[in-house]
Ligand binder design. Structure first.
Ligand SMILES: C[S@@+](CC[C@H](N)C(=O)[O-])C[C@H]1O[C@@H](n2cnc3c(N)ncnc32)[C@H](O)[C@@H]1O
Length: 297
């Protein structure tokens, strides 16, 4: 692409948008599923993702969609025109929030809007395998990336959070002393010891998730100005028959780490647990929520 860099960026963006539609794969929750035409091993019911578009058709359709979006009301005709109102600088930070947040100055942000990983065993390095392959990420880098992510897969090893940042002593104590979390972790551990979990990494993942999220919440409180909100979307989860109220636990962490709870907004379509869990333990709707916390003045 010997183009003007901004145009090259747009073309790359269009390409990333169509990557899945031109591939033999489909994102499917925790996995990237292989279509039967890929020649890869299939389960009992071979997977057919439907039409696989030729690359030219897919990328042209995507570019046309982008052009039509840009021509809709309220969007300036010239994509590269200077904005009509002054905007703040946009800075993208590449890396883990556990590394980046501690580098940001205290009391400088007016709002945080976030969709962190859910505690649901999704492995984003698998879901985004196509995009990562396109970016040239090697197998070794993939393993490192998986470990750096917020723990939400059974493959995550424990992170030495105190060594990463001494100040997280506060957050770790909040997580450690949370009565409901303690009960859940003790229950999962006993289920593991009795060989009743379908994966022995589940207690470590759940523990890692909450301890890491406590550190993230402590950092959010530090970087926000007084009264500034955090808006977070997240799902509750269920393991070994026990529903884990991620919304209540994280909101109580937030209250102990400098926030007031403004609202936990429950999204309308409550969904069930995984089919495996449903078969074993019956259907229990799991809340999907948006939490709103305000930094205490
Ligand atoms: C629930 S998804 C949200 C996706 C997002 N809303 C989007 O549309 O791309 C959680 C995202 O958090 C990212 N993530 C996981 N661990 C992270 C970390 N330590 N730092 C920053 N992002 C992380 C995952 O890669 C994933 O893209």
């Amino acid at each position: 692409m010997q183009q003007e860099p901004r145009i090259a960026d747009l073309l790359t963006f269009a390409l990333l948008c169509v990557l899945e539609s031109v591939s033999y794969t489909r994102k499917d929750g925790q996995y990237l599923r292989w279509d039967h035409r890929s020649g890869r091993r299939q389960g009992k019911i071979p997977f057919d993702k439907g039409k696989i578009l030729p690359f030219d058709d897919a990328v042209v359709a995507k570019l046309e969609e982008m052009i039509s979006d840009l021509r809709s009301d309220g969007v300036p005709g010239d994509l590269f025109a200077p904005p009509p109102v002054a905007r703040g600088p946009i800075r993208l930070h590449a890396g883990s929030c556990l590394e980046i947040l501690p580098e940001l100055c205290s009391r400088t942000f007016d709002c945080i809007i976030t969709s962190p990983p859910y505690c649901n065993r999704y492995d984003y390095t698998r879901t985004y395998a196509l995009e990562l392959a396109y970016l040239g990420v090697s197998e070794e880098q993939l393993v490192k990336l998986r470990q750096e992510m917020v723990s939400c897969t059974v493959e995550n090893r424990e992170k030495d959070l105190l060594r990463m940042r001494r100040e997280w002593k506060t957050a770790l104590a909040v997580a450690n002393e949370h009565p409901l979390l303690r009960m859940i972790l003790a229950y999962l551990e006993s289920e593991r010891e009795q060989g009743r979990l379908n994966n022995n990494g589940i207690p470590r993942m759940v523990r890692g998730y909450f301890y890491e999220m406590a550190c993230v919440i402590q950092e959010c409180a530090r970087v926000l100005r007084d009264g500034a909100p955090v808006v977070m979307v997240n799902d509750n989860v269920r393991y070994a028959g026990v529903s884990i109220s991620v919304d209540i636990i994280l909101s109580e962490f937030a209250e102990s780490l400098g926030f007031e709870l403004d609202a936990i907004l429950i999204l309308p379509s409550g969904k069930g647990n995984s089919s495996q869990q449903m078969g074993l333990h019956g259907r229990a709707p799991l809340r999907k929520c948006v939490y709103v916390w305000k930094k205490r003045k």
